[in-house]
Design a protein around this ligand. Structure first.
Ligand code: G6P
Length: 615
Protein backbone atom coordinates (compact mmCIF):
# COMPACT_ATOMS: atom_id res chain seq x y z
CA UNK A 1 0.00 0.00 0.00
CA UNK A 2 2.97 2.28 0.18
CA UNK A 3 4.45 3.70 -3.01
CA UNK A 4 8.07 3.13 -3.96
CA UNK A 5 10.24 4.71 -6.65
CA UNK A 6 13.95 4.17 -7.26
CA UNK A 7 16.14 5.59 -10.02
CA UNK A 8 19.70 5.36 -11.28
CA UNK A 9 20.26 7.49 -14.38
CA UNK A 10 22.57 9.67 -16.40
CA UNK A 11 20.81 12.91 -15.32
CA UNK A 12 19.48 14.29 -12.07
CA UNK A 13 16.82 11.83 -10.91
CA UNK A 14 15.08 14.05 -8.32
CA UNK A 15 12.27 15.29 -10.65
CA UNK A 16 11.59 11.68 -11.72
CA UNK A 17 11.36 10.50 -8.11
CA UNK A 18 9.01 13.33 -7.13
CA UNK A 19 6.76 12.92 -10.17
CA UNK A 20 6.73 9.16 -9.51
CA UNK A 21 5.68 9.72 -5.89
CA UNK A 22 2.86 12.03 -7.00
CA UNK A 23 1.52 9.24 -9.21
CA UNK A 24 1.80 6.73 -6.36
CA UNK A 25 0.42 8.95 -3.63
CA UNK A 26 -2.98 7.19 -3.85
CA UNK A 27 -1.28 4.09 -2.40
CA UNK A 28 -0.71 5.85 0.93
CA UNK A 29 -0.15 9.41 2.06
CA UNK A 30 0.78 9.43 5.75
CA UNK A 31 4.27 10.72 4.98
CA UNK A 32 6.73 11.01 2.10
CA UNK A 33 10.50 10.97 1.78
CA UNK A 34 13.46 10.81 -0.56
CA UNK A 35 17.15 9.88 -0.34
CA UNK A 36 19.60 10.97 -3.03
CA UNK A 37 23.18 9.74 -3.31
CA UNK A 38 25.49 12.66 -4.08
CA UNK A 39 28.73 12.00 -2.23
CA UNK A 40 26.70 11.36 0.91
CA UNK A 41 23.19 10.00 1.28
CA UNK A 42 21.05 13.11 1.46
CA UNK A 43 17.58 12.64 2.97
CA UNK A 44 14.42 14.78 3.07
CA UNK A 45 11.21 13.56 4.78
CA UNK A 46 7.87 15.06 5.74
CA UNK A 47 4.56 14.05 7.25
CA UNK A 48 2.89 16.32 4.69
CA UNK A 49 2.00 15.34 1.14
CA UNK A 50 4.38 14.86 -1.79
CA UNK A 51 3.81 18.48 -2.95
CA UNK A 52 5.31 19.65 0.36
CA UNK A 53 8.23 17.22 0.01
CA UNK A 54 8.93 18.72 -3.43
CA UNK A 55 9.10 22.21 -1.87
CA UNK A 56 11.53 21.04 0.81
CA UNK A 57 13.68 19.28 -1.78
CA UNK A 58 13.86 22.40 -3.92
CA UNK A 59 14.77 24.59 -0.92
CA UNK A 60 17.61 22.19 -0.08
CA UNK A 61 18.62 22.03 -3.78
CA UNK A 62 18.86 18.23 -3.57
CA UNK A 63 20.20 16.67 -6.76
CA UNK A 64 21.88 13.42 -7.79
CA UNK A 65 22.02 10.54 -10.24
CA UNK A 66 20.78 7.83 -7.87
CA UNK A 67 17.96 7.86 -5.37
CA UNK A 68 14.97 6.22 -3.76
CA UNK A 69 11.64 7.67 -2.62
CA UNK A 70 8.56 6.55 -0.76
CA UNK A 71 5.01 7.54 0.14
CA UNK A 72 3.73 5.76 3.25
CA UNK A 73 0.56 4.20 4.63
CA UNK A 74 1.49 3.57 8.25
CA UNK A 75 1.43 0.03 9.61
CA UNK A 76 4.25 -0.23 12.19
CA UNK A 77 4.58 3.04 14.01
CA UNK A 78 2.47 6.19 13.92
CA UNK A 79 2.68 8.57 10.95
CA UNK A 80 5.55 10.88 11.98
CA UNK A 81 8.79 12.03 10.43
CA UNK A 82 10.86 9.56 12.47
CA UNK A 83 8.88 6.67 10.99
CA UNK A 84 8.82 8.07 7.44
CA UNK A 85 10.83 6.25 4.76
CA UNK A 86 13.55 6.10 3.49
CA UNK A 87 15.24 4.64 6.58
CA UNK A 88 18.97 4.77 7.04
CA UNK A 89 20.62 1.56 8.11
CA UNK A 90 23.83 0.52 9.77
CA UNK A 91 25.04 2.65 12.65
CA UNK A 92 27.13 4.58 10.11
CA UNK A 93 23.91 5.29 8.09
CA UNK A 94 25.54 4.33 4.81
CA UNK A 95 22.56 2.41 3.46
CA UNK A 96 19.04 3.70 2.78
CA UNK A 97 15.97 1.54 2.25
CA UNK A 98 12.32 1.97 1.27
CA UNK A 99 9.79 -0.79 1.84
CA UNK A 100 6.20 -1.75 1.13
CA UNK A 101 4.65 -4.68 3.01
CA UNK A 102 4.89 -6.17 6.49
CA UNK A 103 7.71 -8.20 7.98
CA UNK A 104 6.13 -10.72 10.32
CA UNK A 105 9.30 -11.82 12.14
CA UNK A 106 10.56 -8.26 12.68
CA UNK A 107 10.53 -8.51 16.48
CA UNK A 108 12.83 -11.54 16.64
CA UNK A 109 15.24 -10.01 14.15
CA UNK A 110 15.11 -6.64 15.93
CA UNK A 111 16.19 -8.25 19.24
CA UNK A 112 19.05 -10.02 17.51
CA UNK A 113 20.19 -6.82 15.82
CA UNK A 114 19.93 -4.84 19.08
CA UNK A 115 22.13 -7.43 20.76
CA UNK A 116 24.58 -7.01 17.90
CA UNK A 117 24.69 -3.28 18.71
CA UNK A 118 22.40 -1.78 16.08
CA UNK A 119 20.56 1.32 17.19
CA UNK A 120 16.88 1.71 16.17
CA UNK A 121 15.56 5.19 15.53
CA UNK A 122 12.04 4.33 14.34
CA UNK A 123 9.19 1.97 15.25
CA UNK A 124 9.05 0.49 11.75
CA UNK A 125 9.69 -3.05 10.58
CA UNK A 126 11.54 -1.45 7.65
CA UNK A 127 14.44 -0.39 9.83
CA UNK A 128 14.88 -4.05 10.73
CA UNK A 129 15.34 -4.87 7.04
CA UNK A 130 17.89 -2.09 6.65
CA UNK A 131 20.01 -3.11 9.64
CA UNK A 132 19.85 -6.77 8.64
CA UNK A 133 21.20 -5.87 5.20
CA UNK A 134 23.88 -3.84 6.92
CA UNK A 135 24.82 -6.81 9.13
CA UNK A 136 25.27 -9.03 6.09
CA UNK A 137 27.11 -6.29 4.22
CA UNK A 138 29.80 -6.25 6.91
CA UNK A 139 30.62 -9.82 5.87
CA UNK A 140 29.80 -10.03 2.15
CA UNK A 141 30.98 -6.49 1.26
CA UNK A 142 28.49 -6.57 -1.61
CA UNK A 143 25.08 -4.90 -1.34
CA UNK A 144 23.29 -7.26 -3.71
CA UNK A 145 24.51 -10.33 -1.82
CA UNK A 146 23.65 -8.68 1.48
CA UNK A 147 20.10 -7.97 0.24
CA UNK A 148 19.75 -11.61 -0.88
CA UNK A 149 20.91 -12.96 2.49
CA UNK A 150 18.69 -10.56 4.42
CA UNK A 151 15.68 -11.30 2.21
CA UNK A 152 16.12 -15.02 2.82
CA UNK A 153 15.59 -14.36 6.55
CA UNK A 154 12.46 -12.23 6.18
CA UNK A 155 9.00 -13.65 6.70
CA UNK A 156 6.05 -11.70 5.36
CA UNK A 157 5.59 -9.44 2.40
CA UNK A 158 8.01 -6.93 1.03
CA UNK A 159 9.00 -4.87 -1.93
CA UNK A 160 12.24 -3.03 -1.14
CA UNK A 161 14.66 -0.76 -2.89
CA UNK A 162 18.08 -0.10 -1.37
CA UNK A 163 20.98 2.25 -2.10
CA UNK A 164 24.42 2.55 -0.57
CA UNK A 165 26.72 5.55 -0.11
CA UNK A 166 29.86 3.71 -1.23
CA UNK A 167 28.40 2.53 -4.55
CA UNK A 168 26.09 5.30 -5.76
CA UNK A 169 26.11 3.84 -9.28
CA UNK A 170 23.46 1.19 -8.53
CA UNK A 171 20.22 0.37 -6.77
CA UNK A 172 19.05 -3.04 -5.56
CA UNK A 173 15.36 -3.98 -5.68
CA UNK A 174 13.71 -7.09 -4.24
CA UNK A 175 10.16 -8.36 -4.07
CA UNK A 176 8.17 -10.99 -2.27
CA UNK A 177 4.42 -10.64 -1.88
CA UNK A 178 4.23 -6.94 -2.73
CA UNK A 179 4.35 -5.54 -6.27
CA UNK A 180 7.52 -4.14 -7.80
CA UNK A 181 8.52 -3.55 -11.39
CA UNK A 182 11.49 -2.17 -13.27
CA UNK A 183 11.38 0.56 -15.92
CA UNK A 184 14.11 0.54 -18.56
CA UNK A 185 15.27 3.48 -20.68
CA UNK A 186 18.34 4.71 -22.54
CA UNK A 187 18.74 7.41 -19.96
CA UNK A 188 18.56 5.20 -16.90
CA UNK A 189 16.83 2.38 -15.08
CA UNK A 190 14.08 2.58 -12.49
CA UNK A 191 12.04 0.58 -9.99
CA UNK A 192 8.49 1.33 -8.82
CA UNK A 193 5.42 -0.14 -7.16
CA UNK A 194 3.38 0.40 -10.27
CA UNK A 195 3.84 1.41 -13.87
CA UNK A 196 2.01 4.73 -13.53
CA UNK A 197 5.02 6.15 -11.64
CA UNK A 198 7.40 5.50 -14.54
CA UNK A 199 5.35 6.47 -17.62
CA UNK A 200 7.08 9.85 -17.42
CA UNK A 201 10.39 8.19 -18.43
CA UNK A 202 9.62 4.89 -20.14
CA UNK A 203 7.00 2.41 -21.29
CA UNK A 204 9.43 -0.55 -21.22
CA UNK A 205 8.79 -2.56 -18.07
CA UNK A 206 9.89 -5.76 -16.36
CA UNK A 207 7.53 -7.19 -13.74
CA UNK A 208 9.52 -8.81 -10.94
CA UNK A 209 8.32 -12.15 -9.59
CA UNK A 210 8.28 -13.55 -6.05
CA UNK A 211 11.82 -13.96 -4.73
CA UNK A 212 13.42 -11.77 -7.41
CA UNK A 213 16.31 -9.47 -6.59
CA UNK A 214 17.35 -6.96 -9.27
CA UNK A 215 20.51 -4.93 -9.58
CA UNK A 216 20.21 -1.79 -11.68
CA UNK A 217 22.80 0.65 -12.98
CA UNK A 218 22.11 3.55 -15.34
CA UNK A 219 22.93 1.39 -18.37
CA UNK A 220 22.19 -2.16 -17.31
CA UNK A 221 20.18 -4.44 -15.08
CA UNK A 222 19.97 -8.09 -14.17
CA UNK A 223 17.63 -10.19 -12.10
CA UNK A 224 18.31 -13.19 -9.88
CA UNK A 225 15.87 -15.27 -7.91
CA UNK A 226 16.51 -16.43 -4.35
CA UNK A 227 13.68 -18.96 -3.95
CA UNK A 228 15.95 -22.00 -4.30
CA UNK A 229 19.34 -20.53 -3.53
CA UNK A 230 19.96 -17.86 -0.87
CA UNK A 231 22.49 -16.05 -3.03
CA UNK A 232 20.26 -16.22 -6.07
CA UNK A 233 20.23 -17.82 -9.50
CA UNK A 234 20.23 -15.76 -12.67
CA UNK A 235 16.77 -15.55 -14.27
CA UNK A 236 15.38 -13.90 -17.40
CA UNK A 237 12.26 -11.81 -17.08
CA UNK A 238 10.18 -10.63 -20.03
CA UNK A 239 10.55 -6.99 -21.04
CA UNK A 240 7.27 -5.57 -22.25
CA UNK A 241 5.75 -2.32 -23.44
CA UNK A 242 2.98 -1.30 -21.09
CA UNK A 243 -0.41 -0.39 -22.59
CA UNK A 244 -0.91 2.21 -19.91
CA UNK A 245 -1.03 5.80 -21.19
CA UNK A 246 -0.15 8.98 -19.33
CA UNK A 247 -3.63 10.28 -20.09
CA UNK A 248 -5.12 7.34 -18.18
CA UNK A 249 -3.28 8.31 -15.02
CA UNK A 250 -3.72 12.08 -15.30
CA UNK A 251 -6.67 14.18 -14.17
CA UNK A 252 -7.36 15.96 -17.46
CA UNK A 253 -10.28 18.42 -17.18
CA UNK A 254 -11.61 16.87 -13.95
CA UNK A 255 -11.32 18.23 -10.42
CA UNK A 256 -10.78 14.81 -8.83
CA UNK A 257 -9.90 11.29 -9.93
CA UNK A 258 -13.12 10.05 -8.37
CA UNK A 259 -15.14 12.40 -10.56
CA UNK A 260 -13.14 11.37 -13.63
CA UNK A 261 -13.64 7.70 -12.81
CA UNK A 262 -17.40 8.07 -12.23
CA UNK A 263 -17.76 9.70 -15.64
CA UNK A 264 -15.49 7.14 -17.32
CA UNK A 265 -17.91 4.34 -16.49
CA UNK A 266 -19.73 4.16 -19.84
CA UNK A 267 -16.39 3.75 -21.65
CA UNK A 268 -14.98 1.39 -19.01
CA UNK A 269 -18.02 -0.85 -19.39
CA UNK A 270 -17.90 -0.73 -23.19
CA UNK A 271 -14.19 -1.71 -23.06
CA UNK A 272 -14.89 -4.54 -20.63
CA UNK A 273 -17.60 -5.88 -22.93
CA UNK A 274 -15.61 -5.52 -26.16
CA UNK A 275 -14.81 -9.23 -26.43
CA UNK A 276 -18.49 -10.15 -26.04
CA UNK A 277 -19.56 -7.64 -28.67
CA UNK A 278 -16.95 -8.97 -31.10
CA UNK A 279 -17.93 -12.60 -30.53
CA UNK A 280 -21.71 -11.96 -30.55
CA UNK A 281 -22.07 -14.81 -28.09
CA UNK A 282 -21.44 -15.70 -24.47
CA UNK A 283 -18.56 -18.12 -24.47
CA UNK A 284 -16.80 -19.61 -21.43
CA UNK A 285 -13.55 -18.64 -23.21
CA UNK A 286 -14.14 -15.11 -21.91
CA UNK A 287 -12.75 -16.49 -18.64
CA UNK A 288 -9.74 -18.32 -20.14
CA UNK A 289 -9.00 -21.17 -22.49
CA UNK A 290 -9.55 -23.81 -19.80
CA UNK A 291 -12.82 -22.31 -18.60
CA UNK A 292 -15.22 -24.53 -20.48
CA UNK A 293 -13.87 -27.77 -19.01
CA UNK A 294 -13.70 -26.25 -15.52
CA UNK A 295 -17.21 -24.77 -15.74
CA UNK A 296 -18.61 -28.15 -16.89
CA UNK A 297 -17.42 -29.65 -13.59
CA UNK A 298 -18.49 -26.69 -11.43
CA UNK A 299 -21.33 -27.41 -9.01
CA UNK A 300 -21.25 -24.17 -7.01
CA UNK A 301 -19.48 -20.83 -6.58
CA UNK A 302 -17.63 -19.36 -3.61
CA UNK A 303 -16.76 -15.66 -3.94
CA UNK A 304 -13.97 -14.16 -1.80
CA UNK A 305 -13.30 -10.41 -1.75
CA UNK A 306 -12.93 -7.27 0.39
CA UNK A 307 -14.54 -3.81 0.48
CA UNK A 308 -16.31 -2.70 -2.66
CA UNK A 309 -15.31 -5.91 -4.45
CA UNK A 310 -17.15 -7.85 -1.74
CA UNK A 311 -20.29 -5.86 -2.54
CA UNK A 312 -19.90 -6.83 -6.21
CA UNK A 313 -19.75 -10.44 -5.04
CA UNK A 314 -23.01 -10.08 -3.09
CA UNK A 315 -24.79 -8.76 -6.18
CA UNK A 316 -23.35 -11.67 -8.18
CA UNK A 317 -24.76 -14.18 -5.71
CA UNK A 318 -28.27 -13.05 -6.65
CA UNK A 319 -27.50 -13.24 -10.36
CA UNK A 320 -25.70 -16.58 -10.25
CA UNK A 321 -28.46 -18.29 -8.31
CA UNK A 322 -31.36 -16.69 -10.20
CA UNK A 323 -29.98 -16.83 -13.73
CA UNK A 324 -27.77 -19.92 -13.77
CA UNK A 325 -29.23 -21.93 -10.90
CA UNK A 326 -25.79 -22.42 -9.32
CA UNK A 327 -25.56 -22.22 -5.53
CA UNK A 328 -23.30 -19.34 -4.56
CA UNK A 329 -21.86 -18.06 -1.30
CA UNK A 330 -19.89 -14.87 -0.73
CA UNK A 331 -17.39 -14.31 2.06
CA UNK A 332 -15.27 -11.45 3.30
CA UNK A 333 -11.75 -12.67 2.52
CA UNK A 334 -10.28 -11.61 5.88
CA UNK A 335 -12.90 -13.69 7.72
CA UNK A 336 -12.84 -16.73 5.47
CA UNK A 337 -9.09 -17.20 5.81
CA UNK A 338 -9.35 -17.72 9.57
CA UNK A 339 -12.28 -20.08 9.84
CA UNK A 340 -12.60 -23.77 9.08
CA UNK A 341 -14.88 -23.92 6.08
CA UNK A 342 -16.04 -27.16 4.48
CA UNK A 343 -14.81 -27.18 0.91
CA UNK A 344 -16.51 -28.89 -1.99
CA UNK A 345 -13.73 -29.49 -4.54
CA UNK A 346 -16.12 -28.74 -7.41
CA UNK A 347 -17.10 -25.35 -6.05
CA UNK A 348 -15.29 -22.77 -8.16
CA UNK A 349 -13.57 -20.12 -6.02
CA UNK A 350 -13.87 -16.62 -7.48
CA UNK A 351 -11.56 -13.88 -6.16
CA UNK A 352 -12.69 -10.35 -6.99
CA UNK A 353 -10.23 -7.50 -6.62
CA UNK A 354 -9.68 -4.22 -8.42
CA UNK A 355 -5.97 -4.15 -7.62
CA UNK A 356 -5.25 -7.86 -7.51
CA UNK A 357 -2.96 -7.02 -4.59
CA UNK A 358 -5.26 -7.14 -1.56
CA UNK A 359 -3.40 -9.34 0.93
CA UNK A 360 -6.52 -10.84 2.52
CA UNK A 361 -8.04 -11.79 -0.83
CA UNK A 362 -4.80 -13.38 -2.03
CA UNK A 363 -4.41 -15.32 1.22
CA UNK A 364 -8.07 -16.41 1.23
CA UNK A 365 -7.69 -17.84 -2.27
CA UNK A 366 -4.60 -19.79 -1.27
CA UNK A 367 -6.41 -21.02 1.82
CA UNK A 368 -9.42 -22.14 -0.25
CA UNK A 369 -7.05 -24.22 -2.37
CA UNK A 370 -5.51 -25.76 0.74
CA UNK A 371 -9.01 -26.66 1.97
CA UNK A 372 -9.60 -28.68 -1.18
CA UNK A 373 -11.18 -26.35 -3.76
CA UNK A 374 -9.88 -27.48 -7.13
CA UNK A 375 -10.30 -24.43 -9.36
CA UNK A 376 -10.17 -20.68 -9.02
CA UNK A 377 -11.06 -17.66 -11.12
CA UNK A 378 -9.81 -14.07 -10.75
CA UNK A 379 -11.90 -11.04 -11.68
CA UNK A 380 -9.43 -8.22 -11.60
CA UNK A 381 -8.54 -4.87 -13.12
CA UNK A 382 -4.73 -5.19 -13.17
CA UNK A 383 -3.33 -7.67 -15.69
CA UNK A 384 0.08 -8.19 -14.08
CA UNK A 385 -1.21 -8.43 -10.51
CA UNK A 386 -0.52 -11.27 -8.09
CA UNK A 387 -4.18 -12.36 -8.18
CA UNK A 388 -4.15 -12.78 -11.96
CA UNK A 389 -1.11 -15.03 -11.67
CA UNK A 390 -2.47 -17.06 -8.80
CA UNK A 391 -5.68 -18.47 -10.32
CA UNK A 392 -6.48 -21.08 -12.97
CA UNK A 393 -8.93 -18.82 -14.81
CA UNK A 394 -9.10 -15.06 -15.17
CA UNK A 395 -11.21 -12.19 -16.45
CA UNK A 396 -9.68 -8.75 -16.86
CA UNK A 397 -12.06 -5.86 -16.30
CA UNK A 398 -10.98 -3.02 -18.53
CA UNK A 399 -11.78 -0.12 -16.25
CA UNK A 400 -8.32 1.40 -16.75
CA UNK A 401 -6.29 2.63 -13.77
CA UNK A 402 -8.46 3.58 -10.80
CA UNK A 403 -6.70 6.17 -8.65
CA UNK A 404 -9.41 7.63 -6.40
CA UNK A 405 -9.33 5.60 -3.19
CA UNK A 406 -13.11 5.16 -3.29
CA UNK A 407 -13.72 2.53 -5.95
CA UNK A 408 -16.25 3.45 -8.67
CA UNK A 409 -15.62 2.28 -12.23
CA UNK A 410 -13.86 -0.83 -10.95
CA UNK A 411 -17.09 -1.81 -9.16
CA UNK A 412 -19.43 -1.39 -12.12
CA UNK A 413 -17.05 -3.23 -14.46
CA UNK A 414 -16.79 -6.03 -11.88
CA UNK A 415 -20.59 -6.22 -11.94
CA UNK A 416 -20.52 -6.51 -15.72
CA UNK A 417 -17.95 -9.32 -15.52
CA UNK A 418 -20.05 -11.13 -12.92
CA UNK A 419 -23.20 -10.74 -15.01
CA UNK A 420 -21.27 -12.37 -17.87
CA UNK A 421 -20.22 -15.18 -15.55
CA UNK A 422 -23.81 -15.83 -14.51
CA UNK A 423 -24.95 -15.73 -18.14
CA UNK A 424 -22.20 -18.09 -19.34
CA UNK A 425 -23.12 -20.61 -16.65
CA UNK A 426 -26.80 -20.21 -17.51
CA UNK A 427 -26.00 -20.98 -21.15
CA UNK A 428 -23.83 -24.00 -20.30
CA UNK A 429 -26.49 -25.33 -17.96
CA UNK A 430 -29.18 -24.71 -20.61
CA UNK A 431 -31.08 -22.28 -18.43
CA UNK A 432 -31.38 -19.67 -21.19
CA UNK A 433 -32.46 -20.04 -24.79
CA UNK A 434 -30.51 -18.65 -27.75
CA UNK A 435 -33.14 -15.92 -28.03
CA UNK A 436 -32.63 -14.92 -24.42
CA UNK A 437 -28.87 -14.96 -24.90
CA UNK A 438 -29.19 -12.49 -27.78
CA UNK A 439 -31.55 -10.34 -25.70
CA UNK A 440 -28.98 -10.27 -22.94
CA UNK A 441 -26.22 -9.29 -25.34
CA UNK A 442 -28.44 -6.51 -26.71
CA UNK A 443 -29.01 -5.34 -23.14
CA UNK A 444 -25.26 -5.32 -22.53
CA UNK A 445 -24.72 -3.42 -25.77
CA UNK A 446 -27.11 -0.74 -24.54
CA UNK A 447 -25.54 -0.52 -21.08
CA UNK A 448 -22.92 2.20 -21.83
CA UNK A 449 -25.69 4.47 -23.18
CA UNK A 450 -27.89 3.71 -20.17
CA UNK A 451 -24.95 4.65 -17.92
CA UNK A 452 -24.49 7.88 -19.84
CA UNK A 453 -28.16 8.74 -19.25
CA UNK A 454 -27.92 7.84 -15.57
CA UNK A 455 -25.01 10.26 -15.16
CA UNK A 456 -27.29 13.09 -16.28
CA UNK A 457 -29.01 13.14 -12.90
CA UNK A 458 -25.96 14.90 -11.42
CA UNK A 459 -27.67 18.34 -11.01
CA UNK A 460 -30.46 16.78 -8.90
CA UNK A 461 -27.90 14.92 -6.81
CA UNK A 462 -26.06 18.18 -6.15
CA UNK A 463 -29.31 19.53 -4.67
CA UNK A 464 -29.70 16.45 -2.47
CA UNK A 465 -26.10 16.71 -1.33
CA UNK A 466 -26.86 20.09 0.29
CA UNK A 467 -29.22 18.30 2.68
CA UNK A 468 -26.59 15.73 3.67
CA UNK A 469 -23.43 17.72 4.22
CA UNK A 470 -24.39 18.88 7.75
CA UNK A 471 -25.81 15.49 8.85
CA UNK A 472 -23.93 13.12 11.12
CA UNK A 473 -25.64 9.87 10.14
CA UNK A 474 -27.47 8.39 7.15
CA UNK A 475 -29.28 5.14 6.44
CA UNK A 476 -29.30 3.33 3.11
CA UNK A 477 -32.06 0.85 2.33
CA UNK A 478 -32.40 -1.73 -0.40
CA UNK A 479 -33.96 -5.12 -0.95
CA UNK A 480 -32.85 -8.23 -2.80
CA UNK A 481 -30.08 -7.63 -5.32
CA UNK A 482 -30.20 -3.90 -4.44
CA UNK A 483 -29.33 -4.45 -0.80
CA UNK A 484 -25.60 -4.78 -1.66
CA UNK A 485 -25.99 -1.62 -3.75
CA UNK A 486 -27.28 0.15 -0.62
CA UNK A 487 -24.19 -1.22 1.21
CA UNK A 488 -21.96 0.19 -1.50
CA UNK A 489 -23.75 3.57 -1.29
CA UNK A 490 -23.21 3.70 2.48
CA UNK A 491 -19.55 2.73 2.10
CA UNK A 492 -18.96 5.46 -0.50
CA UNK A 493 -20.55 8.11 1.70
CA UNK A 494 -18.70 7.15 4.88
CA UNK A 495 -15.28 6.74 3.33
CA UNK A 496 -15.09 10.11 1.61
CA UNK A 497 -17.45 12.38 3.59
CA UNK A 498 -16.88 10.84 7.07
CA UNK A 499 -20.65 10.81 7.67
CA UNK A 500 -21.61 7.67 9.55
CA UNK A 501 -23.67 5.64 7.05
CA UNK A 502 -25.22 2.20 7.46
CA UNK A 503 -27.03 0.02 4.98
CA UNK A 504 -29.93 -2.23 5.88
CA UNK A 505 -32.03 -4.71 4.02
CA UNK A 506 -35.25 -2.67 4.17
CA UNK A 507 -37.19 -5.55 5.73
CA UNK A 508 -34.80 -5.49 8.70
CA UNK A 509 -35.61 -1.89 9.57
CA UNK A 510 -38.24 -2.73 12.14
CA UNK A 511 -35.83 -5.07 13.95
CA UNK A 512 -33.71 -2.26 15.33
CA UNK A 513 -32.54 0.55 13.06
CA UNK A 514 -36.00 2.16 12.99
CA UNK A 515 -35.19 3.33 16.53
CA UNK A 516 -32.61 5.68 15.01
CA UNK A 517 -35.00 7.34 12.61
CA UNK A 518 -36.10 10.91 13.30
CA UNK A 519 -36.10 14.14 11.30
CA UNK A 520 -32.32 14.34 11.56
CA UNK A 521 -31.85 11.02 9.80
CA UNK A 522 -31.75 11.08 6.00
CA UNK A 523 -32.75 7.70 4.58
CA UNK A 524 -31.68 6.80 1.05
CA UNK A 525 -33.74 4.08 -0.60
CA UNK A 526 -32.82 2.17 -3.75
CA UNK A 527 -36.25 1.57 -5.24
CA UNK A 528 -36.26 0.13 -8.77
CA UNK A 529 -39.41 -1.27 -10.36
CA UNK A 530 -38.74 -4.85 -9.36
CA UNK A 531 -40.80 -7.54 -7.70
CA UNK A 532 -39.93 -6.15 -4.25
CA UNK A 533 -41.05 -2.59 -4.92
CA UNK A 534 -44.40 -2.89 -3.11
CA UNK A 535 -42.68 -4.42 -0.07
CA UNK A 536 -40.13 -1.62 -0.11
CA UNK A 537 -42.89 1.00 -0.26
CA UNK A 538 -44.29 -0.32 3.03
CA UNK A 539 -40.82 -0.06 4.59
CA UNK A 540 -40.58 3.53 3.39
CA UNK A 541 -43.93 4.33 5.00
CA UNK A 542 -42.47 3.08 8.30
CA UNK A 543 -39.63 5.61 7.94
CA UNK A 544 -41.91 8.48 6.95
CA UNK A 545 -44.24 7.80 9.87
CA UNK A 546 -41.26 8.42 12.22
CA UNK A 547 -40.35 11.74 10.58
CA UNK A 548 -37.40 10.35 8.60
CA UNK A 549 -36.52 12.27 5.41
CA UNK A 550 -36.59 9.93 2.42
CA UNK A 551 -34.34 10.18 -0.63
CA UNK A 552 -35.63 7.65 -3.12
CA UNK A 553 -33.79 6.53 -6.24
CA UNK A 554 -36.50 5.14 -8.48
CA UNK A 555 -36.96 4.14 -12.10
CA UNK A 556 -38.53 6.40 -14.75
CA UNK A 557 -42.01 4.93 -14.56
CA UNK A 558 -42.03 4.18 -10.83
CA UNK A 559 -45.34 4.54 -9.00
CA UNK A 560 -43.59 6.07 -5.96
CA UNK A 561 -44.71 9.69 -5.68
CA UNK A 562 -42.95 12.75 -4.31
CA UNK A 563 -44.55 14.29 -1.21
CA UNK A 564 -43.45 16.20 1.88
CA UNK A 565 -40.28 14.57 3.19
CA UNK A 566 -40.08 12.23 0.19
CA UNK A 567 -37.58 13.31 -2.47
CA UNK A 568 -37.38 11.28 -5.64
CA UNK A 569 -34.81 11.00 -8.39
CA UNK A 570 -35.93 8.93 -11.37
CA UNK A 571 -33.38 7.23 -13.57
CA UNK A 572 -34.02 7.70 -17.28
CA UNK A 573 -35.06 4.12 -17.89
CA UNK A 574 -35.86 0.89 -16.13
CA UNK A 575 -32.85 -1.36 -16.64
CA UNK A 576 -34.33 -4.73 -15.65
CA UNK A 577 -31.61 -7.13 -14.60
CA UNK A 578 -28.91 -4.46 -15.10
CA UNK A 579 -30.61 -2.22 -12.56
CA UNK A 580 -27.98 -2.68 -9.78
CA UNK A 581 -25.31 -1.33 -12.15
CA UNK A 582 -27.32 1.80 -13.00
CA UNK A 583 -28.56 2.41 -9.46
CA UNK A 584 -24.96 2.61 -8.28
CA UNK A 585 -24.35 5.86 -10.17
CA UNK A 586 -26.57 8.20 -8.09
CA UNK A 587 -24.96 6.82 -4.92
CA UNK A 588 -21.43 7.46 -6.19
CA UNK A 589 -22.42 10.99 -7.23
CA UNK A 590 -24.11 11.61 -3.88
CA UNK A 591 -21.01 10.63 -1.91
CA UNK A 592 -18.83 12.72 -4.22
CA UNK A 593 -20.93 15.88 -3.94
CA UNK A 594 -21.44 15.58 -0.18
CA UNK A 595 -17.67 15.25 0.22
CA UNK A 596 -17.13 18.27 -2.04
CA UNK A 597 -19.51 20.34 0.06
CA UNK A 598 -17.82 19.21 3.24
CA UNK A 599 -14.42 20.01 1.75
CA UNK A 600 -12.83 16.65 2.51
CA UNK A 601 -9.96 15.23 0.48
CA UNK A 602 -12.11 13.27 -1.99
CA UNK A 603 -9.37 11.20 -3.62
CA UNK A 604 -7.34 10.60 -0.49
CA UNK A 605 -9.71 10.13 2.45
CA UNK A 606 -8.10 10.09 5.87
CA UNK A 607 -6.60 6.84 7.16
CA UNK A 608 -7.30 4.89 3.96
CA UNK A 609 -5.27 3.71 0.99
CA UNK A 610 -6.10 2.31 -2.39
CA UNK A 611 -4.46 -1.09 -2.38
CA UNK A 612 -4.34 -2.89 0.94
CA UNK A 613 -1.29 -5.13 0.62
CA UNK A 614 -1.14 -5.86 4.35
CA UNK A 615 -3.44 -7.85 6.57
C1 G6P B 1 -9.42 -0.79 -0.19
C2 G6P B 1 -9.95 0.23 -1.18
C3 G6P B 1 -11.38 -0.14 -1.59
C4 G6P B 1 -11.41 -1.55 -2.14
C5 G6P B 1 -10.81 -2.58 -1.16
C6 G6P B 1 -10.57 -3.92 -1.84
O1 G6P B 1 -10.11 -0.72 1.01
O2 G6P B 1 -9.95 1.52 -0.61
O3 G6P B 1 -11.82 0.77 -2.58
O4 G6P B 1 -12.72 -1.92 -2.42
O5 G6P B 1 -9.52 -2.12 -0.73
O6 G6P B 1 -9.62 -3.73 -2.85
P1 G6P B 1 -9.47 -4.63 -4.13
O7 G6P B 1 -8.31 -4.01 -4.87
O8 G6P B 1 -9.15 -6.01 -3.64
O9 G6P B 1 -10.73 -4.58 -4.90
Amino acid sequence: MCGIVGAVAKDNIVPVLLEGLLRLEYRGYDSAGIVVANGKLHRVRTTERVAELAKLVSIEKTEGLTGIAHTRWATHGVPCERNAHPHFAGNDKKIAVVHNGIIENHEVIRRRLQEAGFEFLSDTDTEVIGHLISLHLEITRDLREAVCLAAAELQGAYAIVVIEEERPDRIIAARNGAPLLLGLSKNGNYAASDASALLQVTRRMVYLEEGDVAELTSSNYHVINITKNKLGEKVRRVELETDLTREAVELGPYAHFMQKEIFEQPVAIANTLEMVFNAHSLSPRLFGSEAESVFQKTSGILILACGTSYHAGLVAMHWLEAISGLPCSVEIASEYRYREPIANPDTLVVGISQSGETADTLAALKYAKSRGHRYSLAICNVPESALMRQTDLRFLTRAGPEIGVASTKAFTTQLVALMLLAAVFAKLRKKISEKLEQKLIDGLRHLPIAMQLALQIEPQIIEWAKNFSHKRHALFLGRGVHYPIAMEGALKLKEISYIHAEAYAAGELKHGPLALVDKEMPVVAIAPNDSLQEKLKSNLQEVRARGGELYVIADADSSIQESEGVHIIRLAEHAGMFSPILHTIPLQLLAYHVALQKGTDVDKPRNLAKAVTVE
